[in-house]
Ligand binder design. Structure first.
Ligand SMILES: C[S@@+](CC[C@H](N)C(=O)[O-])C[C@H]1O[C@@H](n2cnc3c(N)ncnc32)[C@H](O)[C@@H]1O
Length: 237
């Protein structure tokens, strides 16, 4: 990637998050789902990667919900995003929490040119469904992690159920998210994401579902990958 390379980003998507950025740390705001799933994904990542003292990159970190929680587990975290406002909010929140995270405004493809193979763990959560070319993000994440290091992705599956739950249910019935948050065509089937991973030199260790029960309003991890899911990968040594 050089200065002439077009940015792998959708400005409308970045604007959507920027407009809401001031509410990022309000657990009852549009970002409530991220607050609600964070303990689950943090525990999952920590249990597989052992975050303490690891050099971790959080790609598409937004306001820093996951980045900060990983720092609180003892990781040395860098968070990158292309949303300026979200990063400002993330930096401000460090003053409140006392955590340490290195937040930077840079595309993951550009960082891969500068810091290839420097991270023990790379996380890229709830971001691939917002970019024009997810395969390019996966490739850059793979370049950034050390041989033998781990990469974690989470995104939305693409099928009738995920359309009904993640778009109709969350945006139109339960009003959990603003309308237009998700574009169905950008959702990724686990097989498609796994193919991008393998093409980038990543071995997929496991696929885990993240489900929401609208009656109990509780999220849980399990085998059901039909709506939201996480992929745990390892860079070939
Ligand atoms: C749903 S939020 C997820 C934030 C965070 N990863 C989390 O799960 O708590 C999506 C984030 O992706 C960021 N984003 C979208 N396109 C991006 C791109 N091309 N490069 C970097 N970040 C991007 C947005 O600015 C936003 O912060």
């Amino acid at each position: 990637m050089n200065d002439a390379t077009p940015l792998n980003a959708d400005q409308q998507e970045l604007d959507k998050f920027s407009q809401l950025a001031h509410r990022w740390w309000d657990p009852s705001s549009e970002f409530k789902p991220l607050h609600d799933i964070n303990p689950l994904r943090l525990e999952y990542i920590d249990s597989l990667a052992g975050l303490s003292a690891k050099h971790v990159l959080d790609v598409g970190c937004g306001g820093g919900i996951l980045s900060e929680s990983m720092a609180a587990r003892g990781a040395n975290v860098t968070g990158i995003d292309l949303g300026e406002k979200a990063l400002k909010v993330a930096k401000l929140h460090l003053l409140e929490s006392g955590q340490k995270v290195d937040y930077r405004l840079i595309a993951v493809e550009a960082l891969a040119q500068q810091e290839a193979g420097q991270y023990d763990v790379v996380t890229c959560m709830e971001m691939l469904e917002h970019v024009p070319d997810p395969a390019s993000i996966v490739r850059a994440c793979s370049q950034l992690v050390k041989p033998g290091g781990q990469v974690f992705f989470s995104t939305l599956n693409r099928n009738l159920k995920s359309y009904l739950f993640a778009v109709i249910g969350a945006e139109y019935v339960l009003n959990m998210l603003p309308r237009g948050t998700h574009e169905y065509a950008k959702f990724l089937k686990p097989s498609e994401l796994a193919r991008h991973c393998r093409a980038s030199g990543l071995v997929v260790d496991e696929v885990t579902g993240m489900s929401y029960n609208p009656l109990s309003k509780v999220y849980s991890l399990g085998k059901d990958t039909s709506v939201n899911y996480m992929l745990a990968c390892r860079r070939e040594a």
